[in-house]
Design a protein around this ligand. Sequence first.
Ligand SMILES: *Cc1c(COP(=O)(O)O)cnc(C)c1O
Length: 244
Amino acid sequence: MNTLAERYAIVQERILRAAQRAGRNAADITLVAVTKTWPPETVVAAYEAGMRHFGENRVEELGEKRPYLATTLPNATDITWHLIGTLQSRKTAPAAAHADIFHALDRLKIANRLNEQRPESAPPLPVFLEVNTSGEESKSGFNATRWEADTAQQDRLREIVTAVTTLPHLQLVGLMTMAPWDAPQAEIHTVFRRTRELACWLETAVPHLTLPHLSMGMTDDFEIAIAEGATHIRVGRAIFGERT
Ligand SMILES: *Cc1c(COP(=O)(O)O)cnc(C)c1O
């Protein structure tokens, strides 16, 4: 059994090699260490091992761990807290208060509420629009299953992006997607590639839009995601072990 520091080093090495294979700079890839279900002490240990970006999928856990870290490590002002999971509308206020960046914007109602509830003292909340490019029923996200061929889907996606970009307290930074569960590698490549292509298309379809970031890739598929242009990978088990 490796230590946390060793597993982190292995993941960093895998990121570096995947970036090299893709002709990319590893410094352009942010590793979000997904600490969900792990106790706050584990996040402290992760910080001490060098990690600076933490991902939680439940607002309640984020609301507990963030103040715990602030108290336990008062000098750790360089932490970025990523909220990566689907948000229920009744939990937007704590999300707007505690998240530094939100990866799973999947409804306009959520966007409007986060925009209203983002504290005035905080910068605009960077958000990723979650898209379902795979067609897997269980996946959340705006429907982009046939975006290349379906003009109604294109119009809808363009409308959504335009609506989000008009909200002054949100900053749309890119697209997020999840690969289908247990799919062959080639299919995962396709889902990630089509997500990147959708971001490029939206940049041409919506005036003045730039979508510099792509949040995709988890423990089982982050190397594929890097090959397809991911700038943010969200990795839990490869760093912390299996969740119980
Ligand atoms: C849990 C989770 C991850 C990390 O998954 P691992 O398989 O542990 O790497 C990434 N993204 C989201 C949205 C998650 O909920």
